[in-house]
Design a protein around this ligand. Structure first.
Ligand code: FES
Length: 183
């Protein structure tokens, strides 16, 4: 399991990099919280912001970049309009999650952890979502969809891509997302 580094939003956007650095007294040991602040504002870590942070702290960009890629919670590209969280845990896997994953990747040209070229979907395969009774299950924009087949999953996502919201037809066992484990 990869480590995570999530924190709530901590600063106002108008502060910019200088404001963030000032907030932490320019302390390089607070590099990660500074990066978290950037992501809290932008939804991801824009390369230009990281370069500015690098220059401001006199920390090599390569170090900042390695931190950004190490922590699963950091994103280097803007998130998609919709977030797909597909369970790849044992129960879901045995019930076809791998086939669903491949179909989603093929249909929407999106890799694990990536965002589709049209910006519609960010695809996040994870371990057990804690809803094994619904297997195979995926969460789209916080809503659970269980008992999926390849066709059900792809059709659901096509409808979301077209209409911008899920339909009841393919929804099974809907409930509020409670969180997930990273792979
Ligand atoms: S294995 Fe998929 S929800 Fe538990």
């Amino acid at each position: 399991m990869r480590e995570t580094a999530e924190t709530p939003k901590l600063f106002a956007p108008a502060e910019g990099i200088a404001g963030i650095v000032d907030r932490y007294g320019g302390d390089r040991d607070m590099l990660i919280p500074m990066m978290q602040d950037i992501q809290a504002d932008f939804g991801y870590l824009p390369r230009e912001m990281l370069k500015e942070l690098s220059e401001s702290l006199c920390v090599p960009f390569s170090r900042i970049y390695s931190i950004a890629t190490f922590y699963a919670s950091f994103r280097l590209e803007p998130p998609g309009e919709h977030r797909i969280t597909l369970c790849m845990g044992t129960v879901c896997f045995l019930k076809g999650a791998d086939r669903i994953s491949r179909a989603i990747q093929r249909e929407f040209s999106v890799g694990p952890g990536g965002t589709s070229p049209d910006g519609k979907f960010t695809f996040c395969p994870v371990n057990c979502l804690g809803a094994c009774a619904l297997a195979p299950v995926m969460v789209v924009d916080g809503e659970y969809h269980g008992g999926l087949t390849v066709d059900l999953a792809v059709n659901l996502l096509r409808k979301i891509a077209d209409a911008g919201k899920p339909t009841e037809a393919t929804r099974n066992g809907k409930k509020k997302e409670r969180g997930s484990k990273k792979k």
